[in-house]
Design a protein around this ligand. Structure first.
Ligand code: GLN
Length: 531
């Protein structure tokens, strides 16, 4: 079967949840036996979001092949359980970089290089890459930004051309906002009509409209929108606010989004979707017997999207443990020796988040000391693990001013140091230790117990690592390396066995937690917090 394409655009406002709608559609098609993948096109000039501050763009999500990508790819993986790759996230920056590289190489020799056809051809090539792999029946491509933005125009033009080339093999879903005017008690469809007009001006006719709304979209509104926007009334889909994003696939099933897409793509429904596992997960999300509060210590906590995958991993792990994990968002810059007890009072576990640079690290160290000395379950992720090593060096091994050379290049005890492979690196973009690496677990450790096997593979995004010249002193004093990269002999996991649950990972387990495969370390950590 040749691959079919679904395009998802957005209008009226940003942040309407295109990524969740695209992921939900993928889930439903997958549940009907289709091989699906999601792709995101981002209109910014950065080659990837790796160099973006989380305040700008939320979390940077990392794939197995080491691509630094948009956080929507995290949703795609969490919903479908299928790994994504570099091909699943393309930015304007990458498109231009490719075109300019080809130009310098002489590939366009003699021709003037232009947005149309050269940039649009490169966009089309990148959209079709996934389809041409033969691995997928349906590719769902989400175009970032809002229709009408200058930035997204080349992407939309490429979609226009591609839809022409593909004929019946594509569907365009447009997501808009239907605002509610409380003064008159009315839902307003005019912004949607204008947004569709905007698309029509550039030659795109949506097949399906998904209306984000706080209130019910009744049949009158459906008919009205259908009439003004040239779509069938049944192709006007309501997407009402729900309490959890995991509810959205069920809502889309009720609205028959999957059935309409399949009929427009001329694909069979294949009976009913198999959503047993999903429904079971949702049931657990809504029926739990206890709550557990866990402190998340980081320097971007004002923006929860900066820790998206961690927060979602806690939701998955909570469901497995029959509990709801409540996160107490704690700003690391605000923790000090005087208030640490008060700030962390009552939390049943502490996770210290990933990060870069020295801002807030003294607060992280205080939080870790508090967890270690009070036998409170502790989970350190990447920088969080590095901070746990530094805290141990300073307070247990009496290595005053021990540090990571990232924070203090002149520290007398560089317990965390730059990897050899990083020493000659000068460019910032795409040059960290990125993507999946093997790790071997020590039998008898908490990590081994959690995974239930010896060999694992986890995703990385860092430049610094545990300094092996200190390994022996640490192990003698009670901090053990329980996960080692077998090829590079790097410490990937540290634990304090003589503690209720004290574990740090140099990798990012949160990138691999999905609804169908909640991450074993998060599951084990939450379980320890409940004890
Ligand atoms: N800044 C640290 C490093 O580069 C940790 C990175 C992270 O937490 N992702 O090694």
């Amino acid at each position: 079967m040749s691959t079919k394409y679904v395009f998802v655009t957005g209008g009226v406002a940003s942040s309407l949840g295109k990524g969740i709608i695209a992921s939900s559609l993928a889930k439903l098609l997958q549940a009907r036996g289709y091989r699906v993948t999601n792709q995101k096109l981002d209109p910014y000039i950065n080659v990837d979001p790796g160099t973006l501050n989380p305040y700008e763009h939320g979390e940077c999500y990392v794939t197995n092949d080491g691509a630094e990508t948009d956080l929507d790819l995290g949703h795609y993986e969490r919903f479908t359980g299928c790994p994504t790759s570099q091909a699943n996230n393309i930015t304007t920056g990458r498109i231009y970089q490719n075109v300019i590289t080809k130009e310098r190489h002489g590939d366009y020799l003699g021709k003037t290089v232009q947005i149309v056809p050269h940039i649009t051809d490169e966009i089309k090539r990148n959209i079709k890459l996934l389809g041409n792999s033969g691995e997928y029946d349906v590719v769902i491509t989400e175009i970032g930004g809002t229709a009408g933005d200058i930035e997204s125009l080349p992407f939309l033009e490429a979609v226009r051309q591609l839809r022409w080339d593909l004929g019946e093999k594509s569907v365009l879903i447009h997501l808009t906002l239907v605002p509610f005017l409380s003064a008159t008690g009315e839902l307003k469809t005019k912004p949607t009509q204008h947004s569709v007009k905007n698309l029509l001006e550039i030659g795109l006719q949506p097949d399906i409209l998904v209306l984000r709304t706080e209130h019910e979209i009744n049949n009158d509104i459906r008919r009205k929108v259908a009439l003004f926007c040239n779509v069938e009334p049944k192709a006007v889909i309501e997407s009402r606010d729900v309490s959890t994003i995991y509810e959205v696939p069920m809502r889309m099933e009720i609205e028959k989004l999957d059935e309409i897409v399949l009929s427009k793509l001329d694909l069979p429904l294949n009976g009913e979707p198999d959503l047993d596992l999903w429904k079971n997960f949702l049931y657990k999300l809504n029926h739990y017997s206890q709550e557990v509060e866990i402190g998340l210590v980081g320097k971007y906590v004002e923006l929860h999207d900066a820790y998206k995958s961690i927060a979602e991993s806690f939701i998955h792990a909570g469901a497995v443990n029959d509990c709801k994990v409540k996160i107490r968002w704690i700003h690391s810059e605000k923790i000090n020796a005087e208030n640490v007890e008060e700030t962390l009072a009552g939390v049943k576990g502490i996770l210290v988040a990933p990060g870069f640079g020295h801002r807030g690290i003294e607060g992280k160290l205080k939080a870790i000391e508090y967890a270690r000395t009070n036998n409170i379950p502790f989970f350190g992720v990447c920088l969080g693990m590095q901070m746990a090593v530094i805290e141990f060096a300073r307070n247990v091994l009496n290595m005053t001013d021990a540090n990571s050379t990232e924070m203090d290049s002149a520290t007398p005890y560089p317990v965390i140091d730059l990897m050899d492979s990083q020493k000659s690196v000068t460019d910032k973009g795409g040059t960290m230790r990125l993507g999946a690496y093997k790790c071997e677990l020590k039998e008898g450790s908490k990590a081994y117990e959690a995974y239930g096997r010896k060999e694992i593979e986890e995703r990385h995004r860092h430049r610094y690592e545990f300094n092996n010249s200190y390994r022996e002193v640490f192990e003698k004093a009670g901090m053990i390396a329980t996960g080692i990269n077998p090829d590079l002999n790097l410490v990937e996991i540290i634990e304090i066995p003589n503690h209720k649950w004290f574990l740090g990972t140099q990798f990012h387990p949160e990138y691999k937690s999905t609804v169908s495969n909640p991450h074993p370390l998060f599951v084990s950590f939450v379980k320890a917090c409940l004890k």
